[in-house]
Write a protein that binds this ligand. Structure first.
Ligand code: MN
Length: 424
């Protein structure tokens, strides 16, 4: 039993019922301390907890994490200390902030040093991402794309039910929530045109994804089994894998996506640990045909996580255009990691692995504009009377996600990005 996950535990920090960050969450992130610079933090409710300061005052003694590891540009060093340390830090934070513990609660001077307003904190990238892989693991998404672009009778390619299909993406353009992204330019070829033109993308899209972050490295040649995968996963973030569909269509043959996918991917700033998500494990779809032995697994490897996408046009209120759930994923994280390493490919702490666009079975649960507006044939009507086939300049894309079981809610916060016009 993970003590920090006890659902009845309450904090002396105020937490509203619809808050993503109760005392059972204890996510990890990096924020810009106004004086000390980038520092590790966690949060309860809307209160940010400075981890270097907590550690310097002795509160994290015995966890195996020195204060210096938290005074850092990224969480990688902390994560590399290993699962027993992450677990000990979560446990001790849970105890410090438990409602009945007076130690910090009644020390107003220390409280003013350690605690601050999470809603106004400048959040930074939580990890230095060495390598980034994106999967294609939602059967609803892969089917929709197959129907639109290939063959409505046989939308899935022959390999799809056998391999968690993926590609190596680019880590340099993964940015934290709040970062604006300029509309990309590139080669676009229309069906009618003989040659491509160079132009800003006309089909800028989001992809609603969750990404997991690895917390343990392997050496070249080593493989991770589905049974051991959870030991290698630190946690998860919301992931908006921005995509330019018109650029993608022309460039992707034969080696897959390139410039249509690497101009910006936006993550939520708080890494929610796999440990905090344990209560939300659930079974995934039945896999037929049975996968090869190295992809088989025991137990519940999917997670019940509600997800939504909202669009906020300039000077307009936000409007939800998609709500879905991570539990629909055909291939789970354990299978993705087992497949990724089965050939001996080594992984590192802080690597990021996108799920692929998460679509559900209904038309309002599709995780991209491509599917929601069905290749532009069914534009989405917004409250201001405008329509969207794809994303317009100055639109803000907001992704949110949370898991809920009885009164316990563990959430991710937001991944937000505003699309700016193409650079001159
Ligand atoms: Mn993607």
């Amino acid at each position: 039993m993970i003590l920090a996950n006890q659902p009845e535990r309450q904090s002396w920090i105020e937490v509203t019922v619809d808050c993503d960050f109760p005392i059972q969450n204890i996510p990890f992130g990096i924020y810009q301390h106004p004086v000390k610079g980038p520092s590790a933090a966690t949060r309860i409710g809307n209160t940010l907890i400075d981890l270097p300061c907590l550690a310097q005052n002795g509160f994290l003694n015995g966890t195996g994490a020195e204060p210096t590891v938290f005074h850092n540009n990224f969480l990688n060093e902390f994560i590399a200390l290993g699962q027993p340390v992450w677990r000990a830090v979560r446990e001790i934070i849970s105890e410090i902030f438990e409602a009945g513990n007076p130690l910090l609660r009644d020390n107003l001077i220390l409280r003013s040093e350690i605690l601050s307003d999470a809603t106004t904190a400048e959040m930074l990238m939580p990890v230095k991402v060495g390598d980034y892989t994106d999967f294609y693991s939602s059967i609803e998404h892969a089917t929709n794309v197959g129907i639109m672009f290939r063959d409505a009778e046989n939308p899935l390619l022959p390999n799809w039910r056998h391999i968690p299909v993926g590609y190596h993406g680019r880590s340099s353009s993964i940015v934290v929530s709040g970062t604006s992204i300029h509309r990309p330019k590139g080669q676009i070829k229309s069906d009618a045109g003989e040659y491509p033109v160079f132009s800003p993308s006309h089909q800028l899209d989001f992809e609603l994804e969750l990404a997991f972050v690895t917390g343990k490295a392997t050496v070249l040649g080593e493989s991770v089994s589905t049974a051991d995968a959870a030991d290698y996963i630190f946690g998860m973030v919301l992931f908006n894998d921005l995509s330019a569909r018109d650029i993608q269509r022309w460039e992707y043959i034969p080696l897959g996506p390139f410039l249509s996918k690497n101009f910006g991917s936006v993550v939520s700033p708080w890494i929610v640990t796999l440990e905090a998500l344990e209560p939300f494990r659930t079974s995934g779809p039945v896999q037929q045909p049975e996968p090869l032995p190295y992809l088989q697994f025991q137990g519940k490897e999917n997670f019940n996580i509600n997800l939504e996408v909202l669009i906020r046009p300039e000077s307009q209120p936000e409007q939800r255009i998609c709500s879905t759930n991570y539990k629909y994923m055909y291939w789970n994280m354990a299978q993705q990691l087992a497949h990724h390493t089965v050939n001996g490919c080594n992984i590192n702490v802080g690597d990021m692995y996108g799920s692929g666009t998460i679509s559900g079975p209904t038309t309002d649960s599709f995780g991209s504009m491509l599917e929601l507006a069905w290749k532009g044939t069914k534009p989405i009507k917004l409250a201001d009377g405008s329509e969207r086939k794809f994303i317009h300049d100055y639109d803000t894309i907001i992704m949110r996600g949370y898991a809920q079981k009885d009164k316990l809610r563990i959430g991710f916060g937001e991944a937000v990005t505003k699309i700016l016009p193409a650079n001159k």
